[in-house]
Ligand binder design. Structure first.
Ligand code: PLP
Length: 406
C-alpha cells in the first residue's frame, strides 16, 4: 500500500483547517472524502465530453454513453456480478432498497406474507419495507440483536416460515460497526428458497465484496460512501429476479414502445433507469472504484483493522467512556458515550478542536432503543485516518470531561 502521507495528499480536503486546527475527519460512515482523481474526472466530464446518454447520434452523447457503460462494467467487475445487465445505477442505497421494496412487493407479496429485517438496520432498510408491508398487508419480522450488537442467528432461523418472501439485511451496521454474517444468512434463506437483499452501504468500502460468493439476490450501495460523488449508487440484482420485477419508475429511456394504450419496457438494466440518469456520478464513481483497487482492498481492510484495534484500545482507556457495539467482527466504527455528558455536547466541543464525529441516533433508532439510549458519539474511520489523529481525539475527550467536571 502507498505511504500514508502520499495517500492523504490524494485527498485535497484533508489538508484543510477547521477553526484554525487541522481537520480530523472521523465521519466516514456518513460520507467519505474524495480523492483528486474523482474530483478531476467529475470536472472533466463537463469540460470535455458532456452529452446525455443513449440519446444522441452526436459525438458528445456517444462519448458520454461509452464512459457510462464502461462505468457499469467497472461496477460489475468490482462486485464480481456475472453480467453487466445486473448493475442498475440508482441515486444511492436508499433508492436501491426502495426500488426492490416497491417492485418485489408489487410482483411477489400478498396479504399475510412476511419480510424479515433485523434490529440493526439503518432506517433506509426499515422504512421502505414498512411502507411495502402496509401497502400489501404483509408483516415485518425483526431479527433481534444481543448486547454486543450481534445478530441472534438462532432467532433468525426461527423467523423463517413458509410465508417469508424476502430477507433484507445490512452487511455491516453503521451505528455499532457489527459485521453481519450475510453469507450464513443467505445460505439459510436460500435453503427455503427465500431471496436476500444485502444493504452494502457500510460493507462495500471496507473489504472485498463478491456477490457471487455472497450469493445474495440483491445488493445495494452508495457511491459517496466509497470515495465517489453523492447522488449515485448501485442496485445489483440477479438477472432471474430483475427480469421478473416490474419497473419502479416510468419515463424516458426505460421504454421500448409507447402508445396511449400500452407501453412496453426495455430490457435490463434500462428498464430500471428511467429519465436522465446521473451519468456524471456513475463515471466519477467508477474512478473512485479504480482508486480503491489501486490501493488494494485487502490492504485497505488490514489498515482499517489496525486503526480500529488502536482506537478501541485507546478509547476504552478513557475514564467513564462506554462503547456500544462489541461484536467480534467490526468495520472501523466505534460508538460510545461519556458518562454524564450528552453526545451532542461531546460532538460540538470536539468540532471546535477540528475533530468531526457523528452524534445522534445514526438513522438507527431501534438500535438506540435496544440499549435504552437516545444516541451515541460515533467515530467512523477510513484508511486515510492516522494513529496520531486517534491520539488527538483521546486528548480532546479528556478536555471534554475536564470541562464538564468544573
Ligand atoms: N444503509 C446503511 C447501513 C447506511 O449506513 C446508510 C447511510 O448511512 C444507508 C443505508 C443509506 O445510504 P444513502 O443515504 O447513501 O442512501
Amino acid at each position: 500500500m502507498k505511504d500514508i502521507s502520499e495517500i492523504r495528499s490524494d485527498f485535497p480536503i484533508l489538508g484543510r483547517q477547521v477553526y484554525g486546527k487541522p481537520l480530523i475527519y472521523f465521519d466516514n460512515g456518513a460520507t467519505t472524502q474524495k480523492p483528486k482523481c474523482v474530483i478531476d474526472t467529475y470536472s472533466r466530464i463537463f469540460t470535455e465530453f458532456n452529452g446525455n446518454v443513449h440519446r444522441g447520434v452526436h459525438a458528445m452523447s456517444d462519448l458520454t454513453s461509452e464512459a457510462y457503460e464502461n462505468a457499469r462494467e467497472k461496477v460489475r467487475s468490482f462486485i464480481n456480478a456475472t453480467k453487466k445487465e445486473e448493475i442498475i445505477f440508482t441515486s444511492g442505497t436508499t433508492d436501491s432498497i426502495n426500488c426492490v421494496a416497491f417492485s418485489f412487493g408489487e410482483r411477489f407479496v400478498k396479504p399475510g406474507d412476511e419480510i424479515i429485517i433485523s434490529e440493526l438496520e439503518h432506517h433506509s432498510n426499515i422504512v421502505p419495507w414498512q411502507m411495502m408491508c402496509q401497502r400489501k398487508g404483509a408483516v415485518l419480522k425483526i431479527i433481534p440483536i444481543d448486547d454486543n450488537g450481534e445478530i441472534c442467528f438462532d432467532e433468525f432461523l426461527k423467523l423463517l416460515t413458509p410465508r417469508t418472501r424476502l430477507v433484507a439485511i445490512s452487511q455491516a451496521s453503521n451505528s455499532l460497526g457489527t459485521v453481519v454474517p450475510v453469507k450464513k444468512i443467505t445460505d439459510a434463506a436460500h435453503s427455503e428458497n427465500i431471496p436476500v437483499l444485502v444493504d452494502g452501504a457500510q460493507g462495500i468500502q471496507h473489504g472485498i465484496v463478491d456477490v457471487q460468493e455472497l450469493q445474495c439476490d440483491f445488493y445495494a450501495f452508495s457511491g459517496h460512501k466509497i470515495y465517489g460523488p453523492t447522488g449515485i449508487g448501485v442496485l445489483y440484482g440477479k438477472e432471474e429476479w430483475m427480469n421478473e420485477l416490474p419497473p419502479y419508475r416510468g419515463g424516458g429511456d426505460m421504454v421500448e414502445k409507447v402508445t396511449f394504450e400500452k407501453t412496453t419496457y426495455q430490457n435490463l438494466p434500462y428498464k430500471f433507469e428511467a429519465g436522465t440518469v446521473n451519468y456524471a456520478g456513475a463515471i466519477a464513481m467508477a474512478e473512485a472504484l479504480d482508486y480503491v483497487l489501486g490501493l488494494g482492498r485487502e490492504d485497505i481492510a488490514e489498515r482499517e483493522k489496525t486503526l480500529l484495534d488502536y482506537a478501541t484500545r485507546q478509547l476504552i482507556s478513557v475514564k467513564g467512556l462506554k462503547i456500544y457495539g462489541n461484536a467480534e467482527n467490526k468495520i472501523p466504527v466505534v460508538s460510545f458515550l461519556l458518562d454524564g455528558i450528552h453526545q451532542y455536547d461531546t460532538g460540538i466541543i470536539l468540532d471546535k478542536m477540528g475533530i468531526a464525529v457523528r452524534t445522534g441516533t445514526h438513522c438507527a433508532q431501534p438500535v438506540m432503543d435496544h440499549f435504552g439510549i437516545d444516541g451515541t458519539v460515533r467515530v467512523s474511520m477510513s484508511f486515510y485516518n492516522t494513529f496520531s489523529e486517534i491520539d488527538t481525539l483521546v486528548e480532546g475527550l479528556g478536555k471534554v470531561i475536564a470541562m464538564f467536571k468544573k
